[in-house]
Design a protein around this ligand. Structure first.
Ligand code: S3P
Length: 191
């Protein structure tokens, strides 16, 4: 069964999920598939601040980072053109963000177990929250705290076994028809 048609104000597709779930690469694959612009909230924050996320966590602290993340998400959701928006894993912890996502977008949760995320991220140094002695435990704790928020999404896909392109295909197939039309805005795009 396909998802119910969203209201016309819900024109963007937003990807949420933990660090390492592949939101940015799947978002780019979706954008390449349907031609809609791709926005990445972490990249927008880095562009605006002209600093890396790591630097901002260190210099500003997480609370100020979250404030900028809230502003940037609001800007992305206010875009006229229907867009594919990938978010930072912690976007759902801010209540205003959860309300804005529900109001203006169709949200898809990319899910993978903490052990899978850990295998993907164990050598990564760009996630400040994971620069801890036991990053696997951090991932488990964050996932547990955020699970209910991620599950507010309109759809969920399990990305533990899926490559980016396959994940993008699976998401696209399940999108409501009106959202697909808006995202591909008249371009010929595989069904
Ligand atoms: C974070 C996830 C990161 C980035 C920041 C905080 C989080 O984004 O926003 O390091 O709180 O889960 P990715 O999910 O793209 O790694």
């Amino acid at each position: 069964m396909s998802a119910p048609e969203p209201s016309p104000s819900k024109k963007h597709l937003v990807l949420v999920g933990m660090m390492g779930s592949g939101k940015s690469s799947v978002g780019r694959a979706l954008s390449a598939r349907c031609g809609a612009p791709f926005l990445d909230t972490d990249a927008m924050i880095e562009g605006r601040a002209r600093k890396t996320v790591t630097f901002l966590f260190r210099e500003w602290g997480e609370a100020r980072f979250r404030e900028m993340e809230r502003e940037i998400l609001a800007e992305a959701l206010a875009e006229e053109t229907p867009s594919i928006i990938s978010t930072g894993g912690g976007v759902v912890v801010t209540p205003e963000n959860r309300a804005a996502l529900q109001a203006h977008s169709h949200v898809v949760y990319l899910h993978a177990p903490a052990e899978v995320l850990f295998q993907r991220l164990k050598r990564d140094t760009s996630r400040p929250l994971l620069q801890q002695p036991d990053p696997l435990q951090v991932l488990r704790d964050l996932e547990e705290k955020r699970r209910a928020f991620y599950e507010e999404a309109h759809d969920r896909i399990d990305v533990s076994q899926l490559q980016q392109k396959a994940a993008a295909e699976e998401i696209w197939k399940k999108l409501p028809e009106s959202l697909k039309q808006g995202l591909s805005s008249g371009r010929t795009c595989p069904p």
